[in-house]
Design a protein around this ligand. Structure first.
Ligand code: HEC
Ligand code: HEC
Length: 422
């Protein structure tokens, strides 16, 4: 299972580098290069992949950088036994070929989800997870899908039973001895979800001690998966080679972007008129927070309150950074501590706000937006042009829309799984 994943990533790498080589040789002339001011060069540098800081630690997960935990997590990630019909794994909706998202407007597991799947692009740098940010760590995020009726459709007790059965040695090597797990101490039907009265009755019949033992195994599973997911990072795209050339004033090297792509980039970083850079910023092309750009309003059939509900869910989550299963000190729980501040700072109504997506690899993973409502990048550009609450007055001509679209295509590159170094 692990080999397959690596192979896809490596073959994507080979494909892109041969395309890259052709592009390099194509045009020797230098007329296409456009001029950048010192201020613009500073912005270009901020978007450059080499401005990405080293992998930040996750104080809430003591196993975040444990190679054996990552290996265990990677195996569970694609293990379909962790589902009600034996057919669903995380990897069904998170495929390496789509930057670990998929190609559907709404993801499908046991049933159909209410939102589009999300890519894994430098998630270790994220503070909030899911479109509505209802989770504050990668490990607590990983505990959502298994118990969702439309995703894996199982429960934490089933997860604990499966780990005991199939992964016990690997688990114990990382997390220490497992308690005895059987149908009596851990009924597979039990789930702490009042919406499932039968499963809930089984859960309530368990002793608190057994409930906590199961929670602990479930949490450790999440921590193992997180230690795999957090190492998935972007690799340099054509755009990054261009920035390098600009910084070295290498006019020939700057030919790696066509004139159209460069003009699109110039529009993209224009913070006064076009404003993309205000939210899609930094080397991951995201500010990591939530905005209402009007997508939910335009899709009234499935109105989604987004961040407005996500805040409360995160604060009430038994698996959040301040909870008993977190390894962090309270002062390290930045996401929870920052919520009131961020609300005040943005001063906007959070209804209809969603997490700003990274734009790295964006062209390679349609459809777009939290509800998958926009099929192509051309549609996205039309949407932004037709004045959304945040971007109005952009009034982009068709030509300008094409230029920005062309620029976004220069952000494609295979993802890398960071190796462990001693
Ligand atoms: C049925 C398809 C499906 C399955 C199975 C699934 N996911 Fe997802 N994933 C989604 C969807 C849809 C979202 C966005 C959901 C939302 O915002 O409510 C998402 C969001 C995420 C995110 C958030 C990324 C971000 O930028 O915030 C991560 C991480 C993730 N999934 C990891 C996993 C892991 C780990 C598993 C297995 C334990 C898993 N997913 C199983 C569909 C799926
Ligand atoms: C106010 C912040 C903000 C601005 C300004 C902004 N965006 Fe976005 N962008 C977002 C958010 C938030 C989403 C997700 C919205 C949703 O799904 O409801 C998004 C989604 C996208 C997507 C879809 C990505 C995906 O994975 O689904 C693309 C492409 C995009 N933006 C490009 C642009 C471009 C180009 C501009 C400038 C014309 C721009 N954005 C301006 C915040 C912003």
């Amino acid at each position: 299972m692990r080999m397959n994943l690596m192979l896809v990533v490596v073959s994507a790498l080979l494909m892109t580098s041969s395309v890259f080589a052709e592009t390099c040789q194509a045009q020797p002339e230098v007329e296409s290069a456009i001029q950048w001011s010192a201020k613009e060069i500073k912005i270009l540098k901020s978007l450059w992949i080499k401005s990405l800081r080293p992998l930040p630690p996750d104080p809430s997960n003591a196993y975040a950088d444990n190679p054996k935990a990552a290996l265990l997590g990677e195996e569970i990630f694609s293990d379909t036994r962790f589902s009600a019909n034996q057919k669903v794994a995380c990897s069904n909706c998170h495929l390496p070929t789509y930057s670990f998202s998929d190609d559907l407007p709404l993801a499908r597991g046991i049933g159909t989800t209410g939102r589009r799947s999300m890519p894994f692009i430098g998630l270790a740098y994220s503070r909030y997870f899911f479109w509505d940010g209802r989770k504050d760590s990668l490990w607590s995020q990983a505990l959502g899908p298994p118990e969702s009726k439309v995703e894996h459709g199982i429960s934490r007790t089933t997860c604990a039973t499966l780990i005991y059965k199939y992964y016990r040695a690997q688990y114990e090597e990382v997390f220490g001895p497992m308690p005895k797990i059987n149908e009596k101490t851990c009924p597979t039907r039990a789930i702490p979800d009042p919406a499932d009265p039968e499963g809930y009755a089984f859960w309530q019949a368990m002793s608190e001690k057994n409930q906590k033992k199961v929670n602990r195994i479930f949490v450790n599973m999440g921590k193992a998966i997180a230690s795999f997911v957090r190492r998935i990072v972007p690799a340099p795209a054509r755009f990054d080679h261009y920035v390098e050339a600009v910084m070295q004033n290498d006019l020939v090297g700057m030919n790696i972007l066509s004139r159209e792509e460069q003009l699109g980039l110039k529009l993209f970083i224009d913070s006064d008129r076009v404003k993309c850079i205000n939210c899609h910023r930094g080397p991951l092309f995201t500010n990591g927070v939530f905005h209402n750009i009007g997508v939910a309003e335009s899709n009234k059939s499935a109105y989604d309150r987004g961040r407005a509900d996500g805040i409360k869910l995160m604060q009430d989550d038994e698996f959040n950074c301040l909870g008993e299963y977190s390894d962090a000190k309270p002062k390290d729980c930045k996401s929870l501590n920052l919520v009131p501040l961020e609300l005040k700072e943005t001063g906007e109504d959070m209804v209809g706000s969603f997490k700003t997506p990274s734009l790295r690899n964006v062209a390679a993973r349609p459809p777009f937006m939290h509800d998958g409502s926009q099929a192509t990048l051309a549609e996205v550009m039309e949407f932004y042009s037709a004045s959304t609450p945040q971007t109005k007055d952009a009034e982009l001509s068709k030509e300008e829309q094409h230029q920005i679209e062309a620029f976004m295509m220069t952000l494609n590159a295979p993802l890398r799984i960071l190796p462990f170094t001693k």
